[in-house]
Design a protein around this ligand. Structure first.
Ligand code: AMP
Ligand code: GLY
Length: 429
């Protein structure tokens, strides 16, 4: 079978690496891809939102399975485009339609969905510029800290945790009246602050049934000990020791079953990933957010632990055959450390030569923001490489990641040295 992955990051490299191992994979294409995907698949220089060009590629190359990496094309309706196209409508497709993608594209939509279908989540109210006075008055009744969330996609920047009432009032005004995040903050949610430990679970659903993929914890801040600006993610680990069986059972019964049943009740034909950001509050799961795709860098620790043939799994999901599907998960720990360009998540240089990539035998070197230039590999983004180690203990997996990390070099490379340390400190893994 010929297969297309849309995207260009570490998530897409990991999916390509796993798909390329399948006996069912004949030709693998990645659009637009990176230097690494170019070594294990054929890169095609097409933007993920150029649906016409994607359609031509799929038809010309007899592609039978499409896996969408990022949320953007899903929110923009790529699945609907395929469904409405005579030659594309029967192609297996991993990713929800435009309505399903609203679970990530609109926090107001996802909050209303959770409330309607009894999915546990923080209490929240939505305001617009017209109802700003009511929003400010509502803040007077809230205890601090309080969370303000822009409704739409805001490149990971639309969530503010305010410590004081004044800060909350100023921020609400800036978001609504000054359109701080453009159209994304035309609506703002004022949400109760949840105090707990965060983790993510990942589901692949065929709209009716689902498989629960391994859980993961990511490290979002740029600085060690979770300080500094938010990033796309600086590292991840799986499994997560504080997500024990009892907790995961609650996640299944209270969160996933209600979510999948809710989608069905709403008439949303959802075939794809649901990435659920959770807060564990005294052993009870609360949903912080839904994403309609896999996480990055969570994919870099989740997929290496899945033993099944991934094309078989994706085909089953796309064809509605996940009932009784048995997922085989490696007992091993997987850890990933993300290497970024100095300055990220602010401005950073591109085009620096990366060395040491070939010397990393004991770990999986995952390309993200990289570009091939003849025989050289150059930096081409903020998050450049992720290095995944796997072993029987968390310590060993981290050691494998960091040993390989220390062989890779470019000017201004930066990474966090404390990935997984908080979990080791809990001493319950
Ligand atoms: P989101 O973009 O919804 O993932 O939010 C970004 C981050 O803000 C999350 O990863 C949490 O760390 C934090 N956050 C979001 N909502 C809440 C909440 N209700 N209580 C506490 N922290 C939150
Ligand atoms: N690592 C967080 C995300 O992919 O959204």
């Amino acid at each position: 079978m010929n297969i297309l992955i849309l995207g260009s990051g570490g998530r897409e490299y990991t999916l390509a690496w796993k798909i390329a191992q399948s006996v069912d994979c004949d030709n693998l294409f990645v659009a637009p891809g990176n230097a690494g995907t170019g070594q294990i698949a054929k890169n095609v220089d097409i933007n993920v939102n150029d649906f016409d060009a994607i359609a031509s590629l799929v038809i010309d190359e007899n592609i039978e399975l499409v896996v969408v990496g990022p949320e953007d094309p899903l929110v923009n309706g790529i699945r609907n485009y395929f469904q409405q196209h005579e030659q594309l409508k029967n192609i297996s497709f991993i990713g929800p339609d435009k309505t399903g993608a609203q679970l990530e594209g609109s926090k107001d939509f996802s909050k209303a969905f959770m409330e309607k279908h009894n999915v546990p989540t923080a209490k929240s109210k939505t305001f617009t510029v017209e109802t700003l006075p009511e929003g400010l008055a509502y803040l007077d009744t809230c205890s601090m800290p309080i969370v303000l969330k822009a409704d739409g996609l805001a490149a990971g920047k639309g969530v503010l945790i305010c410590q004081s009432l004044q800060e909350a009032k100023d921020s609400l005004t800036t978001m609504l009246a000054d359109k701080q995040f453009g159209a994304a903050s035309e609506k703002v949610l004022i949400e109760e602050y949840l105090d707990g430990i965060e983790l993510s679970v990942f589901v692949l659903t065929d709209g009716e049934n689902y498989v629960l993929l391994p859980e993961a914890k990511d490290y979002k801040r740029i600085g060690e000990n979770d300080t500094g600006l938010n990033t796309g993610g600086m590292g991840a680990v799986s499994p997560v020791s504080f997500a024990d069986d009892a907790f995961l059972q609650k996640v299944k019964s209270k969160v996933i079953n209600t979510t999948v049943a809710g989608l069905k009740k709403e008439g949303i034909d959802y075939k794809g990933f649901i990435f659920i950001g959770l807060m564990n509050v005294d052993g009870e799961p609360y949903v912080i957010e839904y994403n309609v795709r896999m996480g990055d860098p969570e994919t870099q620790v989740v997929f290496p632990r899945i033993k099944n043939d991934i094309v078989d799994l994706f085909t089953a999901a796309a064809e509605g055959n996940l009932k009784n599907y048995k997922l085989e998960i490696a007992d091993e720990y997987a850890t990933t450390v993300v290497l970024v360009a100095g300055g990220y998540p602010g401005s950073y240089a591109k085009g620096n030569e990366i060395t040491g990539l070939a010397d990393t035998n004991d770990a999986l070197v995952i390309h993200a923001g990289t570009k091939q230039d003849d025989y050289k590999v150059l930096t081409n983004g903020g998050r450049v490489i992720a290095v995944t180690g796997m072993a029987n203990t968390l310590e060993e997996a981290l050691k494998k990641s960091y040993t390989a990390v220390n062989q890779i070099k470019w000017q201004d490379m930066y990474f966090r040295k404390d990935i997984g340390k908080d979990i080791l400190a809990l001493r319950i893994d």
